[in-house]
Design a protein around this ligand. Structure first.
Ligand SMILES: [Zn+2]
Length: 443
C-alpha cells in the first residue's frame, strides 16, 4: 500500500508529444438564423461572413494524461458548455474563448431585445461538438515534439491597447511557443496576448474573428504550423477601440470599426510573435500537470440576477442555494526534472491586468478603500514563462480588485461619473476568491 501511494504521488513523466486539431465554427446564416452578434448592443444580426471562426486545440503530453488547450472564436462559453465538451474528450481539457465581439451570442445577453436571449441552442451545440472534435483530432495526432518558448515586450504592443479606466496597467507582454516535431517541422504555434477582439466595433454585421484571425493567418505564413491564440487579462478594459494607429508602411490613419485596423493589429502582433519565436529558447519538458479548483463566487450584480431569472442563459449558470455561481480556476505546469518551465493560469473571466501583474490602485473614491490587495496571479507563478488564459472554462465577466470597486460616489480619481466596469462584473468578491484558489494551486 505504501508503495502504491508513492507511485500515485509522483507526477507522470515522459517524453513530450504534441498534436493540433481544428474545426470551423462559423454559424450557418440560414440554419442558425437569426444570428445575434455578441458584445455590444441588442439585436445586431449577422448579415454575412468576412472570415471563418475556429475552434483550435493543441494537445500536449508528457507522461500519462494529456492536456488539451482549446481556443474558441467566441464571446465566451459558460462552464455548462465547457463541461459538455469535456464529456466528449478523454484528457484534461481547457477551453478558452477569444472574446470575439463579432461572433454569435453564446451567452444569451445580446438577443433581439432586453430580456430576450440571443442563444441559438443548435449553434451552441455545434460549438460544443466541433470543439470536442478538434480536441480529439489533436489527441489523435500526438507525436514526439520539442518546444521553443519566447516572449516579446515591444513597446508597440502597448500602442494597440487603450485602457479606459485607472490604473493604466496593460498585461501586454506576448508569450508564445512553437511546438515542432523531431525533424523540425512546425506542428503548432501558440500565442498568449491580451486585448479585446472588438476592432470592428458595434456597427459591423459581418462575422469575423477580428484581429485574432489576421494574427493567426500571418503567423502561420511566417512561422508555419497551426496558429492557436489565447487571450489574456482583457478587463478594465483593454481594447483596440480608441487607439490612435498610423500604418507603418502607408502612413494612413487606421480607423476604429474597419477591417484595415483589425488586419494591421493582427499582422503586426504576428510579426512580433514570429520574430520572438525565431530567437526563442529550446526547452525540455518531461512533466505536465494540470490542477483545477471549482470555487463558488457570490453573484451580487442585480443585472446578472435579472438575466438569469429572465432565462437569458437558457438553463446555464444555475445559482447554488446561496445564490453563488461555480467557476473553475486552473493551473497548467510544464516542467523539466522538477523545474517549472512554463505555467499557465486559467482564469474564468476578464481579469483586470493589475490583478495579473500588480499595480492595483488604492483611492479614497472607491467603495472599499481599505480592502487588501489581491496577490497578482503572475507574481505567484514560479516558471520563467508565465501565461494567463482569460475566459478559460467560463466567462463570469470583469474581475475587479475589491479596493477598486466603485459603484457609489465619490468616484476613483475624483471622476464626475461612474467608471465603466462593475455593471459587467459578478461582484467585488470574485477577485479575492480567484486569487486565493490560484494561490493554493500554485503551491
Ligand atoms: Zn469584455
Amino acid at each position: 500500500m505504501v508503495v502504491l501511494l508513492l507511485i500515485l504521488a509522483w507526477p507522470a513523466r515522459g517524453e513530450l508529444r504534441a498534436g493540433v486539431g481544428q474545426r470551423v465554427i462559423t454559424p450557418d446564416l440560414v440554419l442558425h438564423k437569426p444570428v445575434y452578434l455578441a458584445g455590444f448592443g441588442q439585436n445586431r444580426q449577422a448579415s454575412g461572413v468576412h472570415d471563418d471562426l475556429y475552434a483550435r486545440c493543441l494537445a500536449l503530453q508528457a507522461g500519462t494524461k494529456p492536456l488539451v488547450l482549446c481556443a474558441v472564436d467566441s464571446i465566451g462559453l459558460f462552464w455548462d458548455d465547457v463541461v459538455k465538451i469535456r464529456r466528449k474528450v478523454s484528457a484534461d481539457v481547457v477551453v478558452s474563448a477569444s472574446h470575439d465581439h463579432q461572433a454569435p451570442d453564446t451567452m444569451g445577453l445580446w438577443g433581439p431585445a432586453q430580456g430576450q436571449s440571443g442563444i441559438h441552442e443548435t449553434y451552441n451545440q455545434l460549438v460544443v461538438d466541433r470543439t470536442a472534435e478538434a480536441a480529439n483530432e489533436a489527441l489523435a495526432k500526438l507525436e514526439p515534439a520539442r518546444l521553443r518558448l519566447a516572449s516579446a515586450k515591444a513597446p508597440e504592443l502597448d500602442t494597440f491597447i487603450d485602457d479606459d479606466r485607472p490604473p493604466l496597467v496593460h498585461d501586454a507582454e506576448l508569450i508564445a511557443f512553437m511546438a515542432e516535431n523531431k525533424s523540425g517541422k512546425p506542428i503548432a504555434v501558440l500565442v498568449n496576448w491580451a486585448n479585446h477582439p472588438e476592432t470592428l466595433g458595434s456597427k459591423n454585421t459581418r462575422i469575423t474573428a477580428d484581429y485574432v484571425g489576421f494574427l493567426r493567418a500571418r503567423l502561420e505564413k511566417l512561422a508555419g504550423g497551426v496558429a492557436v491564440f489565447f487571450n489574456g487579462a482583457v478587463g478594465g478594459m483593454q481594447s483596440p477601440l480608441g487607439t490612435k494607429l498610423i500604418h507603418a508602411d502607408t502612413g494612413a490613419r487606421l480607423e476604429d470599426g474597419t477591417f484595415e485596423k483589425a488586419e494591421y493589429i493582427g499582422q503586426r502582433v504576428a510579426g512580433l510573435a514570429a520574430a520572438a519565436i525565431r530567437g526563442g529558447r529550446k526547452v525540455k519538458v518531461n512533466s505536465i500537470v494540470y490542477r483545477e479548483k471549482l470555487i463558488s463566487i457570490p453573484v451580487q450584480n442585480p443585472g446578472f440576477q435579472k438575466a438569469s431569472d429572465a432565462g437569458l442563459f437558457k438553463g446555464r449558470k444555475q445559482p447554488g442555494a446561496d445564490g453563488s455561481g461555480s467557476s473553475p480556476v486552473g493551473l497548467a505546469r510544464l516542467s523539466h526534472k522538477g523545474r517549472p518551465v512554463l505555467e499557465i493560469a486559467m482564469i474564468p473571466g476578464e481579469m483586470y491586468p493589475e490583478l495579473s501583474l500588480g499595480g492595483i490602485l488604492r483611492d479614497p473614491g472607491a467603495d472599499f478603500p481599505d480592502a487588501p490587495f489581491e496577490p497578482p496571479i503572475k507574481g505567484m507563478m514560479k516558471a520563467p514563462y508565465k501565461m494567463l488564459f482569460g475566459l478559460a472554462n467560463d466567462e463570469i465577466g470583469y474581475i475587479i480588485p475589491k479596493v477598486e470597486w466603485d459603484e457609489k460616489p465619490p468616484y476613483l480619481k475624483g471622476a464626475q461619473k461612474r467608471w465603466y466596469g462593475e455593471v459587467n462584473s459578478v461582484g467585488p468578491e470574485a477577485a479575492g476568491r480567484i486569487a486565493a484558489a490560484f494561490a493554493e494551486l500554485v503551491k
